[in-house]
Ligand binder design. Structure first.
Ligand code: KIV
Ligand code: ZN
Length: 389
């Protein structure tokens, strides 16, 4: 059986940009969009055109310049929003309008003071408005994670009949467990008669740290698009991280999926987004964190130096992260010390390393990390002391 393509829908410039402090101007957004296209994403959600004149301009400029990816604009299920999104996308080679409405009882009652039937009608109407303006319309059922499955299936069937090409099943509050989210997608696959006419999309938030696991559960149960962001940026605890889902799919070939992402660009892209949005990446972040390929305990370092695959499942080069790092701390061992000394030109024998190791530990106990300059000082003192006067 041949592998199935998973479409990567990047929403760094929309959901990611909603993070406090991450707002981008049009020039920054266009620069990032070009890099996202080069990274190989299939869809770029460029913004929410009706939200501000600046965001309208960003979507318009991105639509003009992007050649290979679909450019998408967000809207509510409101006619004016949809018309403004279409207007901002008018120059796009492949425009998509992303429209939708809350479908959980909590959204229906608290946000809209409406009934399920009224929301279903509004959803259908929004898709029809959008389909009159563009050929590619994605519908989002906001808070689908907490929406009753039978009602969700009715909404999904109705919006596909109205012309939706993609149906987005967001776990807006990051509530679902992976098996619950997977079952929700399977429920739609099995209970929506026209489901084969649309792509199912996963849009998972990370409030419980499950966004990546939920997205993978989604595609294992029939979804073919993942909505994600670079560095997992997004509302509250963020969205599914692009680099994580791409590498899960790449590592676990037995799942039978592939993406069009150029993995070697993942780390450069992560740094660019972090710098442009002025939002640091947590050091222990999978794939792109500063420590993702660092080894600091003696046991790990010894194993890694004998065979990298003992402690690394990904070659850092594969994701553009440069070389793995052997970090020296008070938990490091002799082999790591010998390795780092050799790197700066000192090829000591075993006895010398044993002696130096005791001196190293004294320094290491006073510091968080023993740096190259400390090592040079130690090695220099040791070699000069060893020369008879
Ligand atoms: O989390 C969410 O439900 C969203 C929708 C607007 C797709 O971001
Ligand atoms: Zn979201």
């Amino acid at each position: 059986m041949s592998d199935k393509k998973i479409f990567i829908f990047d929403t760094t410039l929309r959901d990611g940009e909603q993070v406090p402090g991450c707002k981008l101007n049009a020039e920054e957004k266009v620069g990032l969009a070009l890099r996202l296209e080069a990274l190989g994403v299939d869809i770029i959600e460029a913004g929410f055109p009706i939200s501000s004149p600046g965001d309208f301009k960003s979507v318009e400029e991105i639509a003009k310049i992007i050649k290979n990816a679909t450019v998408c604009g967000l809207s509510r299920a409101v006619q004016k929003d949809i018309e403004v999104a279409a207007e901002a996308l008018r120059h796009a080679r492949q425009p998509r309008i992303h429209t939708g409405i809350g479908t959980s009882d909590s959204h229906i009652k608290s946000k809209f003071n409406a009934t399920r039937e009224e929301i279903l009608q509004r959803a259908v109407q929004a898709v029809k408005w959008a389909r009159n303006l563009v050929g590619d319309v994605e519908f989002y059922a906001e808070d689908a994670g907490r929406t009753d499955n039978e009602y969700l299936a009715r909404v999904v069937e109705a919006v596909i009949a109205a012309g939706a090409t993609v149906v987005n099943i967001p776990d807006t509050t990051g509530y679902c467990l992976p098996d619950q989210y997977g079952e929700k997608i399977a429920w739609l696959v099995n209970h929506v008669p026209n489901i084969d006419k649309a792509v199912i999309s996963c849009h998972c938030h990370n409030d419980l740290g499950l966004a990546t696991a939920n997205s993978i559960a989604g595609i294992r149960n029939g979804a073919r698009q993942i909505e994600c962001t670079i560095n997992g940026l997004g509302e509250r605890a963020g969205n599914t991280s692009l680099e994580e889902v791409v590498m899960v799919i790449k590592q676990h070939k037995q799942l039978g999926f592939y993406t069009s992402i150029n993995a070697q660009e993942l780390n450069p892209m992560s740094r660019l987004v972090s710098d442009t949005m002025r939002m640091p990446v947590q050091p222990n972040k999978a794939i792109v964190g500063a420590n993702a390929f660092s080894h600091s305990s003696g046991i790990h370092q010894d194993g890694f130096l004998k065979d990298a695959s003992t402690y690394e499942i990904i070659n850092p080069d594969e994701v553009g992260a440069g070389e793995s790092r052997i970090v020296l701390t008070a938990r490091s061992g002799r082999s790591a010390l010998a390795f780092r000394l050799k790197k700066i030109g000192y090829d000591f024998n075993r006895n010398d390393v044993d002696t130096l190791y005791q001196q190293f530990l004294h320094v290491a106990d006073t510091k968080k990390e023993v740096l190259e300059e400390d090592l040079r000082r130690l090695a220099h003192a040791y070699t000069t002391a060893a020369i008879p006067s």
